[in-house]
Every structure is written in structure tokens, then in C-alpha cells.
Design a protein around this ligand. Structure first.
Ligand code: ARG
Length: 462
């Protein structure tokens, strides 16, 4: 393996040590960011008179040639991407390549590369979030009158609409977009020019390199800049949190597509058959999203565990921040696109949803509310309706089976029109408090969501 630091070492490296220590495999992800960082550094060295303008230009020319030829021409018998780029540069521009590393270290380089790479992925993830939000919003608009059962404790609670249910996921996604925007805010500061840990005596201009690379400004402390990986930790948290919500959507699709619920049929393209049971339509994509969410959570835990006992100053341990970060980024991107695909092709079975609400007593609260609106204390109304539901259960009927005479006998306080309130449609569509499933309230919610969706980026969590 070719190295950048042979001077003080006698023997050749051990193959196992080299294999265990290399990061080239994962570094190749950000080869471009590594070269861009070097271009900014080389330009600044020339502008500051640390290198001659001619030297600086020859370095930049070589680095631009590497950008143009792509990663295929980079040597692979090296420890990391920084070494690979420098060796390739020497092949292209000769000895002057050895001047590129003036006033910098791989420690500030790798922190810079990781930040640049992470920042390059965030816009694409955010637009995938918006795309999924768009699918949800469109479906929610279509299904704003589709009544379905709502649950608490996984027990029938109150009727609402499919549109209302789906919009809950819209807002979860809005928060994730906003979290990723915050990750970018934190990541947008430059470590470059911190050198190994404590800066340099060369008259470098960290503001110039920060600006060229699109950072807000240099991180004010070189030791912090080279040691900190909290931006990656925040990214892993945001990605895990996003996956947790996508996993919950998946879990619903798994449950709802089964015969017990039968609320939805997933498209052929996102389901698979069984090699033995011909009737099967397995929701594999939803299951895999649910399952791999474990990896996204583990990736946050892995980096947190790596960081927790590190004294300040670069430690090689942090080399391993990258594979989990890359994996979680890829996973979230795929899971977002797959969830959009699943929801876009889903066939919703309104009839079945409606039918499962027969005799489920989920409009009991509406009856109690009606009594309370006539002046009965809600506690008392709750008790009266409790007795009504018990009587119904004893007779094996549902609330909707009550006749006017039944009701007059069981709850003489209830007015005649109470029976109408026991219809799930009426119950769901009448709840117009802010954030409720009623048509009026939903209209306001949908309008707000549309505004958020059309605005660029994610400036607000709601
Ligand atoms: N591959 C290393 C990493 O990812 C690059 C920095 C190496 N620095 C060093 N002093 N060995 O962290």
C-alpha cells in the first residue's frame, strides 16, 4: 500500500493492518468533495502568497483534471481518498503536488469532506419528502369523505376519514424535512484550515475556503472542528426518526392489506408472491422498510457509542462515522421513494372500511356529546351512554340498531335526533374543531398543507 507518511517508518506495512485501517472503500463516496476541498485550499494558498500563483494554478489544473476524469483513475492501493487524490495529482502535475498539503491535514480534510457530502445529499432527501407529501396530500383530498375506524390502544375508538388519517403522516414528514434543514444549518460550518488539531502558522484564509465551499464561515476552534462529529450524529438521528415514521406507515400497510382488515390492496409492483402458496400477495417492501428501520436506529447508536469516550483531538475511531452515515442516507432515500410508490398505487377499499364499523360502538362518544350539548354534565352523559352500550351488547345489537323507542327507554334524556348522530359518517364529518376530520376543518388543514408543500424547503415544522 502506498502511503503519504513513509519517512519515519522502517518496514513495509502488514497486510492485515492495512486492510483493517483502510477507509478508501467508503471514502470513494465523497471523492468529488475531497477534490473540491483541495481546489479551494490550493486557490487560497496561491491567493495568500503561501504558494506562487503558478504553483497554485498548476495544482488547480490537475485537480480539475481529476474531477473531469472521475474516480476510475484514482489509485486503489492506498489507505484513503486523500492519499489517492494526492498520488493521482502527482501523476498529472509532478512534484508540485507535494505542496498541496501545506497548512492542512487529513483531519480537517476528512471533516470537511464528510460535511460537504452530507450537505450534498440533503436537498435530494428533502425533495423525496416533498414528493411523498404530495402523494399523501392528493390521496387525502380524494379520500376526505371516506369514513374509516380510528383506533386507540388498537381498539376501535371513533370514526374518522382516511384523508384525515393520511394527513397525520403528512405532518410527520413535514417535521422530518424541517429536522433535515436543521441538520444542514449545523453542518454548514467549515473545518478546513484547522490542520491536524491546532491550526497552522501559515497565513491561511479560512474564510475564503469556507466561502468557496459554500459554508457559512469557519468553525471558530480548530480542535473542536477536527474532533466534532455531532453534525453526523444529528443527521443519523433525523434519518432514524424519519425511518421510524416510515416504518409506522409500513406497519399500517402490512396490517391493512391483510384479510383481517382488508382496507387496502397494494399494487402488484410492490408485492411479491410465495413460492408455495399461490394466493399470496406479500407486502415485502413495507416489511423491509419496517425491518431496516432497525439499522437506521443502530447507526445512530453506533456513532454515539463511538463518540462517547473520545478525548478531544482527532481519533481514528471517527473514521467509522462514514459507513453508518452513508447507509442511513441511502436507506432513507430508498424508503421514501418506496413509500410514495406504495401509497400511489394503493387501492383503498372504502366499502370494507365502512362495513367493519358495524356494531363497533365507535359513535358512543357522539351520543354522550349530544347529551352534554343539551346541558347534561359530560360525566353523567358518559354514564348514561355506558348503560346504553351495555344494554345493546346484552341484546347482541349495535348502537345503530337502536329504535327510537329503545333509546327513549334506555336514555329518556336523549332527544329524538340522537339516532342520526350514531351514523359514522355524521360522527366523523361533524368533528370540525381545528385539526379534526370534519370537512370544514379538513379543508383548512389541506389548504395549509398545500401551502407548506409549495413553499421551497422546510422552514416550519407545521
Ligand atoms: N480515513 C481517515 C478518517 O476517515 C482520514 C483521517 C486520517 N487521519 C489520520 N491522522 N490518520 O478519519
Amino acid at each position: 500500500m502506498r502511503k503519504l507518511w513513509g519517512g519515519a517508518f522502517g518496514t513495509d506495512g502488514d497486510a492485515l493492518v492495512e486492510r483493517f485501517g483502510q477507509s478508501l472503500e467508503s471514502d470513494l463516496r465523497f471523492w468529488r468533495q475531497d477534490v473540491m476541498g483541495s481546489i479551494a485550499h490550493a486557490r487560497m494558498l496561491g491567493a495568500q502568497g503561501i504558494l506562487t500563483v503558478d504553483e497554485s494554478q498548476r495544482l488547480i489544473g490537475g485537480l480539475e483534471a481529476i474531477l473531469a476524469e472521475g474516480p476510475e483513475s484514482l489509485p486503489r492501493d492506498v489507505e484513503d481518498i486523500h492519499t489517492a487524490v494526492e498520488l493521482r495529482l502527482a501523476e498529472l502535475v509532478g512534484d508540485v503536488a507535494g505542496k498541496l498539503h501545506t497548512a492542512r491535514s487529513r483531519n480537517d480534510q476528512v471533516a470537511t469532506d464528510t460535511r460537504l457530502y452530507l450537505r450534498s445529499r440533503l436537498p435530494e432527501l428533502q425533495s423525496s419528502i416533498k414528493e411523498l407529501q404530495r402523494v399523501i396530500l392528493t390521496t387525502a383530498r380524494d379520500q376526505r369523505r371516506t369514513v374509516m375506524p380510528g383506533y386507540t390502544h388498537q381498539q376501535r375508538a371513533q370514526p374518522y376519514t382516511l384523508g384525515f388519517h393520511l394527513m397525520a403522516h403528512f405532518w410527520a414528514l413535514q417535521r422530518h424535512g424541517w429536522r433535515l434543514a436543521n441538520v444542514d444549518t449545523l453542518t454548514a460550518y467549515s473545518p478546513l484550515g484547522s490542520a491536524a488539531l491546532a491550526g497552522t502558522g501559515f497565513p491561511i484564509d479560512r474564510f475564503a475556503t469556507a466561502q468557496e465551499l459554500g459554508f457559512v464561515e469557519p468553525i471558530p476552534n480548530a480542535l473542536d472542528a477536527t474532533s466534532d462529529r455531532s453534525f453526523a450524529l444529528d443527521a443519523l438521528h433525523a434519518l432514524a426518526a424519519l425511518m421510524i415514521d416510515l416504518s409506522r406507515v409500513s406497519q399500517e400497510l402490512v396490517l391493512w392489506s391483510g384479510v383481517e382488515f382488508g382496507f387496502v390492496t397494494l399494487a402488484d409492483s410492490v408485492t411479491t408472491g410465495s413460492s408455495i402458496m399461490p394466493q399470496k400477495r406479500n407486502p415485502d417492501m413495507a416489511e423491509l422498510i419496517r425491518g431496516r428501520t432497525g439499522r437506521a436506529i443502530a447507526n445512530w447508536v453506533a456513532l454515539a457509542s463511538t463518540l462517547k469516550s473520545l478525548p478531544l483531538g482527532y481519533n481514528r475511531d471517527t473514521q467509522d462515522d462514514k459507513p453508518p452515515l452513508f447507509e442511513s442516507l441511502d436507506l432513507a432515500a430508498d424508503a421514501l421513494a418506496l413509500t410514495a410508490l406504495m401509497l400511489e398505487g394503493a387501492k383503498w377499499n372504502a366499502d370494507r372500511m365502512r362495513k367493519t364499523m358495524k356494531r363497533d360502538f365507535s359513535t358512543a362518544t357522539d351520543l354522550a356529546d349530544l347529551l352534554a350539548s343539551r346541558g347534561m354534565p359530560f360525566r353523567k352523559a358518559h354514564e348514561v351512554v355506558g348503560k346504553v352500550t351495555r344494554a345493546c351488547r346484552e341484546r347482541g345489537i349495535g348502537l345503530e340498531d337502536l329504535t327510537a323507542e329503545d333509546l327513549a327507554r334506555l336514555a329518556p334524556e336523549a332527544p329524538g335526533e340522537a339516532l342520526a348522530a350514531l351514523k359514522p359518517e355524521r360522527s366523523a364529518l361533524a368533528r370540525n374543531s381545528v385539526g379534526g376530520p370534519g370537512l370544514k376543518a379538513m379543508q383548512a388543514q389541506l389548504r395549509r398543507a398545500d401551502k407548506r408543500l409549495k413553499a421551497p424547503g422546510f422552514s416550519s415544522p407545521y
